[in-house]
Design a protein. Sequence first.
Length: 84
Amino acid sequence: MHKWPSILVLVVISLGCREAGPTALEAREIGVIEQDGAIEGRDGGTSALVWGRSIWTYGDTVLTLSDEPAPAPAQPQNEEAKTP
């Protein structure tokens, strides 16, 4: 009678199991990557080999510079475009 809750727990836990990801073939330490003084930090980085070069992309880049002012919101051009 107490066996079913245990089996249910094992089934639910096993749903989160999956195969291991890819295995790295080689890794080399290349030192510190230089960055422009206007860049304060980066977040969510990933890299790929593209045309023989390592290309990095970032989810967020924090700058030390002020941003451009936001443009004014667009206004509807006719009565049909307006919402109540």
